[in-house]
Structure formats: C-alpha cells, structure tokens
Write a protein that binds this ligand. Structure first.
Ligand code: C2O
Length: 575
C-alpha cells in the first residue's frame, strides 16, 4: 500500500515535470537545437575529368555536393528543386528518420520521384546519432555524381569521446565513368550484361596523380606538425568496396556510420559503399607530403573491375618549400585487391565504445540469402550475360521489383493493395549448400516480386545474412534504411546455428547501417523495430540493386502518436 501510493505521487510529479517540459520547450528548444535550411538545386554542369568534359548532374553546381553540418538533435530542412532532365530523389544515408519515412528518399519506396521542374522539401531531425553520414541521389545511377557529406557534431556543450582534433576533413571516395552513368546502366539493363566498369575512383571528386590530366587537381589535405586531426572517410563509390590508407600515418578508428567505436589503430581500413569511418591521425612525421590512397577490394570470381588507384596528398604546412614540390610523396602499402583476410581483419576489429543494450530475446528470427542469379533470355532476344542469359540478383530467391506508378509508402498509407504483398519469406524457399562451388543451376533463377516482410512495432529482430556462390560469391554491403543495427557476428562458409551462436558478441558489437557480408560467408545483425514505415534493405553495390538485390520491411505503427508514422508532407511528389 505504502509503495503503491509513493509510486503514485512520483507519477504525478513526473506528469507535472512533463507538463513543464512541454510548456517550456517552445523557448528552450530554440537554444538547444537548431533548424538548418538548405536549397538543393539539381542541375547539369560541365566538369572536366580524365582529359574530357562531361555534363554531369550536380547539386548547386558542386561536385561533390555541399557538405551538410548539424548537431545531434538538430532539424534539417532541405528544399530540393529539380532543374535537371532526370527524375530524382535524395536519400539521407544512415539518418534514422524516426516517424519521418516520407523524408527518407528511395524512389518508388517512400516517395515518387521529383520530376524535372518539380520540387520537394525533406524535413527530418537527427536523433541520437553523432559522426559521419552522407546523402546521395536514390534514383537510377544518379548518385554517381549527386552526393555529399552529412556531418553530425555532438550536442551543444558536449564533446567527442576522444582527443579534440585540431582540424577535420571529409574524404569522400567516389567512382567516375568517362561516360554518362545513366547511359551505362541503361545499356546494361537493355542487354542483360554487367554494366561497364568505371574509369577512375575519386577523392573529393578528383582522381588524383595516377590518372591522365588529373595531377594538377589532386586534392591536398593540409596538416601541421604535432596536430591530431579527424578524417571522415565516406565510401560513395557505386560498385566497389575500397581499401584506404595514408602513407606513414597509422589511423586510429574512432567511429563508423555515425556511431562511436572503441579506438584502435590500423594502417588500412575497408569500406563498402554506404559505409563511413572516422579516423584520427597524428602529424608526427618529417614535414613533407604523403599519399592518401584508395583502391578496390574485389571479391567476386574472375570478372572485370576497376583496378585503378585514386590518390590525394597529406601535406605538412610547415614542410620546407622544396620538399613540397619536386619530391615524390611516400606511397602507402595497400592490400591486394582480393585480400579478403585484410578486409575481415578490419571489419572484425570494430567494437562499440562501451557495452550496449542489445536485444537478447529475439521475436523475429530471419535468414536471408543474398546473391546473384541469371534469368533466361526472353525468346527472340539475345542477352549479354553469362550463358546468353540476363544478370539478376535476389534475397531469399525474390528479385525485388520497384513499383512504377506508386510509392510503396503511399500505397501502404492509403491502403492501396495492388502495389506490394507482405509475403516475403522468413527463410529461403529451398535450403542448399549456399557456398558450394557447384550450386545446381536449377537454383540460379529467382522469382521477381515486390514482396515485403511485416514487423510489429517494437519487435526484436535478428537477421542472418548468408552470401551464396550462385554465379559468383561476393562481399555484399547490405544497407537497411531507417535503422542502425548491431553486427553481432560474421564468418565464412554457411552459417551454422549450433556452432556459430557461440561467436555472438552480445556485449559491445559495432552499430552500423551497412554491413559488409563476407564473400562466401555470413553476418548476423540485430535491431528493434522501433521506427514505423516502409524501409528498404538492399545491397549498396548499385549494380546489384539494379538487378533486384533488395527487399523492404513494413514496420507497423505502435500505440499512440509517438509510435506512429507522421502524416505525409503536403508537397510529397505524386506519380
Ligand atoms: Cu545509401 Cu538505399 O542507400
């Protein structure tokens, strides 16, 4: 009785507190968090790379696009005006978008495209995320040139959980075609063959010293002796995982995908497209110039890939002038392109900064295969893929098909039931030796469909992501929209529930929005379905999402307004 009444009186104090908080918050929020307003004008712009000038699609004429900066807790408002001749949408990669799925951006998933001449205002709040994210177009292959950094600083009056850096610099790794990337993907879709490989990788839009006509534009990252600086590395490449290294300067990894990590030092990092890594470097070498370099980690079986190397230069401001120009900077040692050991050594070193609250009891236990496939060539046509077929890709044997005249979220919101179904399977329809090198050809052809998996609000979800060797095994960077997840284990071969459960890290696993699922291996992730809406999950190699390596979750509303998707903005583009 006694206890009961005291709980009751605490309850009313709490209510009074809440009441005061809400009535006072109108003024206190103005001090605490900020609104950042930006105009993004999508427009074509001539840009010279690799000795040739191309008209590329840009934001505000910039390439890479503008860097957005905010603090954890701030609201961003970005008015996108489309003055280009392509449909476009913008995705804020890694932003949780709590209850604001309408602002997430994937074309035909959460919105219809912004048509040429149209506009749409994205409005969202950063909640509980600090570090480096980025934004990119999410329509066809426009993200080849439409991307930029999104930097989230700690809340007002708080600081990094590591040495305050003297300077900070984003390094965005990109991929460049000496052609219009939209033509490249359209040609591949027409023939069924793999798209042409890129002609260069770039650092902040520049290929660097090792390519033709690029040397004088090589990006310089300035440092001064004795400084410790923060480098925010983002992999914005379309189709390649990348190794990254800086000559003479070991990197202390302190964060990834806008979550802090237990610091550790390494000479090389690996990023899948979509992933970011924050590193500290200390300028303690003889003043001079040092190469920053990046090249592919390529795990597929013999297949053509862009085997070039992009560079920038770390330059000591105090370097004596003669040392700056004529001397060749020191080059870092990068792993061989197929060094899976180096990739795995890096990804398995990541740990959350401290012990985390990870879901222990699983409500929804999922097993998804990820991999390639081949469709028979439609009769009367000739196809350019292996065995005269068309390339495809799938999860659990479903090759994802985007709707064409509705977005899935709009269909869901309006109760239109002809756009998608919710029968995505919790496990592959057939179990087989997923990583064998002779998987029966009968299993190579998936089924096309727009299938979603429904999740109850608040359910604890585990997904085993299993690579298959169909056509070729490959490391797949799997990204989930609207969620971060814990990567509790990864390994090679087939996931084995008896053996591999023992490897689960339920103490301090890293939290990310994109997991590089090992080639011919598996990764296990966990998250709580606490964000209602429609959330795309896909391979962030654009060539694979083009082929259908995707699915989507439908996360239902919970109880009350704070667990429900917000109503759609009035200017949401219609199809
Ligand atoms: Cu960074 Cu669906 O994407």
């Amino acid at each position: 009785m006694e206890a009961y009444s005291s709980i009751n009186s605490w309850g009313s104090w709490a209510l009074l507190g809440l009441y005061l908080l809400f009535t006072l918050s109108a003024s206190s929020f103005v001090v605490e968090a900020e609104d950042h307003y930006h105009d993004f004008v999508i427009q074509a712009k001539p840009v010279k790379r690799l000795c040739k000038t191309h008209n590329i699609i840009t934001v505000n004429g910039q390439f890479p696009g503008p860097t957005l900066e905010a603090r954890n807790g701030d609201t961003l408002v970005i008015n996108v005006v489309n003055r280009a001749n392509y449909n476009i949408t913008i995705h804020w990669h890694g932003i949780r978008q709590m209850r604001t799925a309408w602002a997430d951006g994937p074309e035909f998933v959460t919105q219809c495209p912004i048509r040429p001449g149209g506009s749409y205002t994205y409005r969202f709040t950063v909640e509980g995320q600090e570090g480096t994210l980025w934004w990119h177009a999410h329509s066809s292959w426009l993200r080849a040139t439409v991307y930029g950094a999104l930097i989230i600083y700690p809340k007002q009056n708080t600081s990094y959980p590591f040495t305050q850096p003297k300077r900070e610099a984003p390094i965005i790794l990109g991929e460049w075609w000496d052609a219009n990337p939209i033509d490249v993907v359209n040609e591949a879709t027409r023939t069924g063959a793999a798209p042409n490989i890129s002609d260069a990788y770039t650092i902040n839009g520049q290929p660097g010293d090792l390519y033709n006509c690029s040397s004088s534009e090589t990006v310089i990252i300035p440092v001064d002796s004795g400084e410790t600086n923060l480098i925010r590395v983002i992999n914005a490449a379309l189709n390649n995982e990348l190794f990254f290294s800086i000559a003479g300067h070991p990197m202390t990894v302190v964060g990834a995908d806008a979550a802090y990590l237990k610091p550790f030092t390494t000479s090389v990092i690996m990023l899948g497209p979509g992933q970011t890594t924050d590193v500290l470097i200390t300028a303690n070498q003889p003043p001079g110039r040092y190469y920053i370099a990046s090249r592919a980690y390529f795990s597929a079986q013999p297949a053509p890939f862009d085997n070039t190397t992009t560079t920038a230069i770390l330059e000591y401001k105090s370097a004596p002038c003669p040392a700056k120009k004529p001397t060749t900077p020191t080059f870092p040692s990068l792993p061989a392109f197929n060094d899976t050991g180096a990739a795995t050594a890096f990804t398995t070193s990541l740990r959350s900064l401290s012990a985390v609250d990870i879901p222990k009891n699983i409500d929804v236990d999922l097993f998804f295969t990820v991999g390639l496939g081949l469709f028979d060539c439609p009769s009367g046509q000739t196809c350019g893929g292996p065995n005269g077929k068309r390339f495809t890709a799938s999860m659990n044997n479903i090759s994802f098909v985007l709707p064409r005249n509705y977005s899935i979220l709009q269909a869901h919101h309006h109760g239109v039931n002809s756009v998608f179904t919710t029968d995505f399977p919790a496990a592959p329809p057939v179990q087989f030796d997923y990583t064998a090198n002779n998987v029966s050809q009968a299993l190579w052809q998936p089924v096309p469909g727009t299938k979603l998996f429904k999740l109850k609000y608040g359910s604890a979800v585990q997904i085993v992501l299993q690579d298959t060797s169909i056509v070729t095994p490959e490391n797949h960077p799997i990204h989930i929209h609207g969620y971060d997840f814990y990567i509790i284990a990864e390994g090679s071969g087939n996931f084995n529930r008896q053996r591999d459960t023992a490897k689960f890290n339920l103490v301090d696993p890293p939290m990310r929005n994109t997991v590089a699922v090992p080639v011919n291996g598996w990764a296990v992730i966990r998250f709580i379905a606490d964000n209602p809406g429609i959330w795309l999950m896909h391979c962030h190699l654009d060539v694979h999402i083009t082929w259908g390596l995707a699915m989507a979750f439908l996360v239902e509303n919970g109880v009350g307004e704070l667990q429900a998707l917000e109503p759609p903005p009035e200017d949401l583009p219609l199809c």
